[in-house]
Ligand binder design. Structure first.
Ligand SMILES: [Zn+2]
Length: 216
């Protein structure tokens, strides 16, 4: 789909394009892209890693990354955006171009980050579904808000919060048994009280869920 305006901007011939290619490490791969769109690819790489870091996700490292290739669009006589160094394909073995839509293996946050960094996605096209493909679109790098990491609340914290709120068994096993001298007995009482606290909380949770289910 290489538009004439794009050819004028990025290079009319293979040589003109090649002279303007610059290397970049992108999601763990060394590739070459057109220097005029370098900052867009850099934005995607940086945002993807920041996103993963924030949510504690495993890093997405594609098995296949392809950018510059002086060729026509698949099955067409028009030059591809790949020939200008402004398009990228990811994991094409598992995300082939098709007429029907399906769930791509590329994480959706990666696609969303591409889109907010000035790219269009082949998975949004109407004519053909090309989920591996990203190419420079309007080129605007929009503000991108990182999601906040959700802190995992332990059951112990939930139990404590519950008893504090409803003021039932508002002492922990350790507090309850603090005056007991016999270490064996102290251990036993501590355990009994803590088990009771957990049991009370869990029962209340089950009742709460039952009530919610009745409301729905
Ligand atoms: Zn492509």
């Amino acid at each position: 789909m290489a538009k004439t305006s794009h050819r004028i901007k990025y290079g009319m011939t293979k040589r003109q394009v090649e002279k303007q290619l610059v290397p970049i490490i992108f999601l763990g791969h060394r590739v070459r892209v057109h220097k005029k769109v370098l900052k867009h690819f850099e934005a995607v790489d940086r945002r993807v890693r920041a996103y993963e870091e924030n949510l504690g996700l495993k890093k997405y490292v594609p098995k296949q990354v392809g950018t510059f290739a002086y060729r026509n669009m698949r099955g067409k006589s028009r030059l591809s955006e790949h020939a200008l160094g402004v398009a990228m394909d990811l994991d094409w073995s598992k995300n082939p171009m098709q007429h029907r839509r399906y769930q791509p293996t590329i994480p959706s946050y990666v696609t969303n980050i591409f889109k907010s960094s000035g790219f269009e996605w082949g998975g949004d096209w109407r004519s053909i579904y090309d989920p591996m493909h990203y190419q420079i679109g309007d080129g605007r790098i929009r503000p991108f808000k990182l999601p906040k990491k959700e802190r995992k609340v332990s059951e112990e914290e939930k139990v404590n919060a519950y008893h504090k709120k409803y003021k039932v068994m508002n002492v922990t096993g350790k507090q309850y048994a603090s005056g007991i001298k016999d270490p064996e007995l102290k251990k036993m009482i501590t355990k009994i009280v803590d088990d009771m606290r957990v049991w009370t909380y869990r029962t209340a949770e089950v009742d709460h869920q039952k009530m919610q289910a009745l409301k729905e």
